[in-house]
Design a protein around this ligand. Structure first.
Ligand SMILES: C[S@@+](CC[C@H](N)C(=O)[O-])C[C@H]1O[C@@H](n2cnc3c(N)ncnc32)[C@H](O)[C@@H]1O
Length: 291
């Protein structure tokens, strides 16, 4: 059945569609501001929280900033994160991991975030770094059609602004799910370069294997990676970087070839539910002695 909204989108002149979209965006922004104000007046507003209208910058605008951040911290702690560790968050967004980690990391521990959305980096620097100077945020002027279409540096050649063997922990939450294969491979080698031997990395993906390829689309499942690109698959051919998947076997080979030992692969249920619950790979960088 055609909904009124889709009928309007199909048949109305572009001007009307643009106006309606603008009105919808305006309405959403007002609703966000009202929710923020209500929280502030009731005394329930939490510190180091970006305004709700920024939550959409990193997608999933309705996803709760705090509960997601806390679950990211819980995951890292479960895999050995200590208060004195140096943490790198690639694609640090609006500080969802950084904000709760300010309550956990203690000097000499520290946090570096790398992010490509300029407003997100400015907000984190202005609010989080001002409150906690050991939390630093770096803007990478890297192009991504979904998040930073005006970026000038290709992700396939970006060099992380850190010395070799700096970090105990590296986290990427829903970042390789928005990067093409050559970009992902370059970032992966930069991650390995900046990790200390024995350090841990926690990275989320959409991973494909034979079973997932063969299973029919589950009713209500959000994503179907049917379009093959160079070394990866996309779910939305009009904007491929909106959702990218990799073959599990190829990702496992990349870890092995890079001296990274996979400790655990937590399978997400993105393929069988409407949620975008991703696969998570936890790995350690092996030292020369092989540990
Ligand atoms: C789905 S959001 C997740 C943000 C954050 N990790 C979180 O969990 O809230 C994906 C993030 O990756 C960032 N990103 C995409 N491509 C990137 C790249 N090449 N380098 C660094 N960050 C990137 C986006 O700007 C965006 O903030």
């Amino acid at each position: 059945m055609t909904t009124l909204a889709s009928a309007i989108r199909k048949h109305a002149p572009r001007r009307v569609v643009r106006f309606l979209r603008g009105a919808k965006g305006f309405g959403r922004r007002v609703a966000c501001d009202v929710a923020d104000l209500r929280e502030k007046l009731s005394g329930r507003a939490q510190p180091l929280t970006p305004p709700r209208r920024m939550w959409e910058l990193v997608g999933g605008g309705d996803a709760d900033f705090h509960s997601l951040g806390q679950s990211q911290v819980k995951l890292l702690k479960a895999h050995g994160l200590q208060p004195y560790h140096q943490v790198l968050d690639v694609g640090s967004g609006i500080g969802r991991l950084a904000s709760p980690l300010t309550q956990y990391l203690k000097a000499p521990g520290g946090f570096d975030g790398v992010e490509i959305i300029p407003e997100a980096v400015s907000w984190c620097q202005r609010v989080i770094t001002s409150a906690c100077p050991t939390f630093r945020f770096h803007r990478a002027d890297v192009r991504n059609d979904r998040y930073n279409p005006a970026g000038r540096t290709p992700a396939s050649s970006y060099v992380f602004p850190f010395a070799d063997e700096t970090f105990d922990f590296v986290f990427l939450g829903s970042v390789f799910t928005h990067m093409y294969a050559p970009d992902m491979r370059n970032y992966f080698s930069e991650i390995v370069r900046v990790m200390k031997p024995g350090g841990t990395c926690v990275i989320s993906y959409y991973l494909l294997d034979v079973a997932r390829r063969q299973q029919p689309a589950a009713p209500g499942s959000a994503l179907r990676f049917d379009t093959a690109l160079d070394g990866c698959w996309c779910a939305f051919p009009d904007l491929p970087e909106a959702a990218i998947a990799f073959e599990r076997r190829i990702v496992e080979q990349l870890y092995e070839a890079s001296g990274m030992r996979i400790l655990e692969l937590i399978r997400g249920n993105w393929d069988s539910s409407g949620r975008q619950d991703q696969d998570i790979v936890i790995a350690v960088k092996q030292s020369l002695t092989g540990s």
